[in-house]
Design a protein around this ligand. Structure first.
Ligand code: NAP
Length: 251
């Protein structure tokens, strides 16, 4: 499923709501021809409004070849804060190919004074922290990395993700397939219906999934928050307007 431009264009690495919003803005900017790239993880992705391609590039080498073959003039890495490998590929390939790179990354969430948040480095750290904090766990870290929780038999899990997760999963769990955005009333209802006493989340940031944090606050639930991984040093903007301004300058 690949549509390509033969003329020089911007490559937008997507998979986030910010990338989708930027693609919508670029659809109205014929002076900035662009193509969006999706990893292909979501079974039914929303079709982008600009040219697009789906699937990995084949590592740094494949991405370098793509940049060259498709005359890419600039790359915007708008992938998820936890998508580490593609960002590393983008930084290395852009540096090797001399293609300007911009990182579009939304800010993380901010802990409030009365929040009972427990910061950990990764899913293994989150799994290790669960037993001391709760027994009915709202697990919202996505369908990847769930194996880290598979050995936990003392707790019950409500696992929410967009597409069905692959085993292994924790022995006592229910999977809730949902795409969001989520609102406070819905998140409170889930907590109450399932008698959830602990939330586990990545520090994904953004508004679309922030209601769960407010719901946890209102119900005095502890929250295990997985820190963002380290990323390559690169020019970064926090919002779509910043990315569009950078692209307009580069065009
Ligand atoms: P990852 O670990 O950084 O990437 C794994 C591999 O998937 C990459 O090496 C690359 O394959 C391919 N890939 C990733 N993003 C791509 C893109 N936009 N276009 C083409 N190929 C891409 O990424 P991930 O954590 O699996 O996430 C995959 C996608 O889901 C990303 O686009 C990300 O924005 C989105 N997403 C991730 C999370 C999360 O929590 N990780 C959450 C929401 C959305 P090659 O090496 O073959 O090029």
């Amino acid at each position: 499923m690949t549509r390509t431009n033969s003329r020089p264009h911007v490559l937008l690495l997507g998979g986030t709501s910010e990338a989708s919003a930027l693609a919508r803005l670029l659809a109205a900017r014929p002076d900035i021809p662009a193509m969006v790239s999706l990893a292909g993880r979501t079974i039914n992705p929303i079709e982008p409004p600009i040219a697009y391609r789906i699937g990995g590039f084949g590592g740094v080498e494949g991405l370098c070849a793509f940049l060259d073959e498709h005359a890419v003039t600039a790359l915007v890495d708008a992938t998820h804060p936890f998508a580490q490998r593609i960002s590393e590929s983008a930084a290395t390939a852009c540096s090797a190919s001399g293609v300007p790179l911009l990182r579009l990354e939304r800010p993380g969430w901010t802990q409030r004074a009365d929040d009972d948040w427990h910061w950990v480095d990764d899913t293994a750290g989150a799994a290790a922290a669960i037993s001391g904090l709760g027994r009915r766990v709202f697990l919202t870290t996505g369908r990847q990395g769930l194996a880290a929780f598979a050995g936990l038999s003392e707790a019950w899990f409500l696992i929410r993700c967009i597409d069905p997760p692959e085993p292994p999963l924790p022995p006592a769990c229910e999977v809730l397939l949902d795409r969001g955005p989520y609102d406070l009333a819905g998140e409170l209802a889930l907590i109450d219906r399932h008698r959830l006493d602990l939330l586990v989340t990545k520090d994904s940031g953004g508004e679309l999934t922030a209601a769960k944090l407010e719901a946890a606050r209102l119900r005095s639930l502890p929250v295990i928050v997985i820190r963002r991984p380290r990323r390559p040093e690169t020019a970064t903007v926090r919002d779509v307007a910043g990315a569009l301004a950078w692209l307009a300058g580069a065009a």
